[in-house]
Ligand binder design. Structure first.
Ligand code: GDP
Length: 447
């Protein structure tokens, strides 16, 4: 991408609506729009009504807004043309503009904002998250990140690391001169504090990923225990197939809902049992993979079978994640039997009467909250950020080891430098074209 030219794109989604917006950014924006606008362009920060024309005719009545560099989204001169909300009209205006300027690539407006120092990479990524946010909490977290909460948190840790590195490098460069000796113990204490903060930040990524991508729960268990019925009743949809014939859900089915503002993604998996059916076995294989990738398992059992011990039960032991035991079909058992199941840590439910659903919802919120307590404190939200943060932790750790084992200060300084660079990758102070293209190509055109 060449960031010196002028780009244009339709910034609103396709389809009909009240208005469509065409955005133009770059040094020739004002001149280009002026050449097809019937009135004099408005002063920056104000708007003007007029007509867009090509050589022979009026294309549409529009409202034009101008933003003068650097006070604009991209940091460049920007014009936004609001026309009637019809893709056919918006495309004609874009076509006239494209005689003089070029079409923007996906995410190029935001990429320019980043390259022109209007935002760091965490904020640019937050724009993408904000466009995709489906629930109140994911919207809030993306907005915090856009407002620079994560940027500030990282900058603070980065400054502490840089100060320490400079201290060590001064000692290396001017060791002959009369500088006060470095108090290695106190440097190690400071670095241990930095390391703890970085570890917390890396751990915040688990919660950040849940907030951005959702908390995944798989309904799992033997065939015919009522997984699909529970899935349907709980989600109040009828997408999953409910039938008295075992083995009907041959693949997993996904449905997402918002519970108290959190995105929760449910998976109804194929029943797990011995089978010779090739397709059913493939379904079970995919279900096991889904179970592995879930944050939590809703292990569903038929309450009557649990009580009689007649069902060969899948226990999901050894999975490193919470397993919530659900005894379904509670409408078919007595109050006394429900009590017995409660004592054995089952949540007693019924897909028919919806008994136990409130408790299931509370359990889900408890599970998510334990991971996402610090939403406003600045959290990592994608694997790119998390892996860079873990590299920073390793760098600081190596630096501490170098100091404690009496290796030269140059080793400790070198490791700290690498740790600083890893943090700079998160904010984008250090980035490659390849990385930027990968990040921004996920955006839509016009953003
Ligand atoms: P899955 O194979 O585990 O997904 O089980 P299904 O959801 O297909 O249900 C198997 C059978 O159990 C169907 O006949 C359902 O109507 C029945 N069933 C499911 N949940 C309940 C429940 O809570 N109470 C009663 N009485 N029957 C249920």
């Amino acid at each position: 991408m060449n960031s010196n030219d002028t780009i244009a794109a339709i910034s609103t989604p396709s389809g009909n609506g009240a208005i469509s917006v065409i955005r133009i950014s770059g040094p020739d924006s004002f001149e280009t729009v002026q050449s097809i606008f019937s009135s004099k362009l408005p002063e920056p920060g104000t708007i003007k009504y007029g007509k867009i024309t090509d050589d022979s005719r009026v294309i549409d009545d529009v409202v034009v807004t101008c933003f003068k560099s650097p006070a604009s989204y991209t940091g460049e001169d920007i014009v936004e043309i609001s026309c009637h909300g019809n893709q056919f009209i918006a495309r004609q205006i874009l076509e006239v503009l494209l005689i003089k300027v070029r079409i923007a690539e996906p995410g190029e407006f935001t990429q320019r904002a980043f390259l022109n120092g209007k935002m760091d990479l965490t904020q640019a990524e937050a724009v993408g998250d904000l466009l995709m946010a489906k629930t109140r909490i994911s919207q809030m977290a993306a907005l915090d990140q856009l407002h620079g909460v994560l940027h500030k948190k990282i900058s603070k840790i980065h400054k502490k690391m840089t100060d320490t590195r400079i201290l060590l490098e001064l000692e290396i460069d001017f060791s002959e001169q009369e500088l006060p000796d470095i108090d290695v113990e106190s440097v190690v204490t400071d670095l241990a504090d930095v390391k703890a903060k970085l570890e917390n930040l890396a751990e915040s990524g688990d919660a950040g990923l849940i907030i951005r991508d959702g908390f995944r729960i798989s309904f799992a268990g033997m065939p015919n225990v009522g997984k699909s019925s529970l899935f349907n009743a709980f989600l109040e949809t009828e997408r999953a197939i409910v039938t008295p014939v075992p083995g009907t859900t041959r693949d997993y089915i996904e449905e997402a809902v918002s519970i108290e503002g959190y995105l929760v993604r449910f998976f109804d998996t194929a029943g797990l049992r011995d089978s010779d059916d090739h397709i059913e076995l493939m379904g079970m294989e995919r279900s096991r993979k889904m179970i592995d990738e879930s944050h939590c398992i809703f292990a569903v059992y038929d309450a009557s079978n649990v009580l009689t011990g007649s069902e060969c039960q899948e226990t999901f032991e050894g999975l490193n994640k919470p397993v919530i035991k659900i005894a379904n079909k509670s409408d078919l058992i007595s109050e006394e039997q429900k009590h017995l199941l409660n004592e054995k840590n089952y949540i007693v439910c019924s897909a028919v009467t919806k008994e136990g659903f409130k408790l299931l919802e509370e359990t889900i919120i408890d599970l998510i909250n334990t991971g996402a307590a610090e939403i406003h404190d600045g959290m990592l939200t994608n694997t790119r950020q998390i892996s860079a943060c873990r590299r920073a932790v390793n760098g600081v750790d190596r630096s501490i080891t170098a100091l404690e084992s009496g290796l030269g200060f140059e080793f400790a300084a070198f490791d700290l430098k690498e740790a600083c660079q890893a943090l700079e990758e998160i904010t984008g102070a250090v980035s490659t074209d390849d990385l930027l293209n990968r990040i921004f190509s996920n955006f839509c055109i016009g953003k």
